[in-house]
Design a protein. Structure first.
Lengths: 114, 228
């Protein structure tokens, strides 16, 4: 089995992401660590044996593994944007309440002084 | 008979130093209680208001007109307001319309009265293109809220205590008028429209909504419908 440059690059990237996730989730339990290991093993497996993704793609009715990956990636990114946007709205609402309460307090204070 | 002091006129203000004093003075002359919510102006608007018998509040961060209105309504509620008027700072509204709106609200037993520049009896110098954009906007508003007003984006409104209690503006920026309409529908508030005078000056034209903002408004409405 010969390994191409892109396979090396992708494997290194997956390893770095796994390490980063591990550092971020250091306080996490065994489940988190298992998920990271699973991510690393699955990612590396599909990079080293890309033809297996074709089998999965054919199984679900997609012509190529790369296409299947693209479709799932787009769906995942779309989901992520929705999650981030709704979180942003919640943060903005909380921030607005904070600014509002502050100005209400200050107005009351100003009135007491007068 | 209403005591004008129990009618709170809420004026959101963002960088309106040139006109805000004139606007506020015009309202004060009628004996109404004025709440100016300064949305973090940087042009010395606060200085222009010095010495006037008003409630002055300031957002430490610019949050948008919708947020400023809600802050003013919250404050007026604390002060025991009987009626809440939303009023633009740029001088396009006329405080002479307020008594008629109050009378109309009481007569119609409504919870909220929307000012309209397009009803018979209204006076406006609105341009043809703006008129067209506003007309388009009212159909969009109808599609999303089920309420067909003659004027889709008029900032002059009168709210009863019931409306002020039930309407909570969460849209800080451009589409808060649409949100108020949506809440009027969803909270089953009784609404009415009243002809008002809108005077566009070169200043208010430069400051207010532009026709091209329509696209942004449409986009924001879609987002509001998904996430709001």
């Amino acid at each position: 089995m010969s390994i191409t440059i892109i396979q090396v690059v992708l494997t290194v990237c997956i390893a770095l992401i796994a390490v980063y996730m591990y550092i971020r989730l250091r306080s996490g339990g065994w489940l988190d660590i298992m998920l990271i290991v699973l991510f690393f093993l699955a990612g590396t497996f599909f990079v080293l044996f890309p033809e297996t993704t074709n089998d999965i793609a054919h199984f679900v009715g997609v012509s190529k593994g790369a296409n299947l990956f693209l479709y799932t990636a787009i769906l995942f990114l779309f989901f992520l944007i929705l999650k981030l946007y709704s979180r942003l709205r919640r943060v903005e609402e909380k921030f607005t309440e904070f600014v509002r309460n502050k100005s209400l307090e200050e107005a009351e204070e100003l009135e007491r002084k007068d | 008979m209403n005591d004008n002091r129990s009618i709170f006129v809420i004026i959101p203000c963002y960088n309106e130093a040139k006109v805000v004093r004139q606007t506020v003075t015009g309202v004060l002359e009628k004996g109404y209680t004025v709440v100016v919510v300064d949305d973090c102006s940087r042009d010395g608007s606060k200085k222009q208001l010095s010495g006037l018998p008003i409630y002055y509040m300031r957002h430490r961060v610019n949050m948008g007109q919708g947020a400023a209105l809600q802050t003013g309504i919250d404050f007026a509620k604390r002060k025991g307001a009987k009626y809440f008027v939303t009023f633009d700072a740029d001088g396009q509204h006329d405080s002479n319309d307020i008594p008629g709106m109050v009378e109309f609200l009481e007569k119609e037993n409504a919870d909220i009265v929307f000012g309209s520049r397009f009803l018979p009896g209204a006076q406006t110098n609105v341009s043809r293109s703006r008129s067209f954009a506003l007309n388009f906007g009212r159909y969009i508003n109808f599609l999303v809220s089920g309420i067909m007003l003659s004027d889709s984006f008029n900032g002059l409104r009168l709210l009863s205590t019931t409306a002020a209690e039930k309407i909570r503006v969460r849209e800080n920026r451009i589409i808060h008028p649409v949100e108020i309409l949506l809440l009027t529908a969803s909270k089953k508030l009784k609404y009415a429209e009243y002809p008002v005078k809108i005077h566009y000056s070169a200043y208010s034209k430069a400051k207010g909504l532009k026709n091209k903002d329509g696209i942004r408004i449409l986009f924001e409405i879609v987002l509001y419908k998904i996430f709001g």
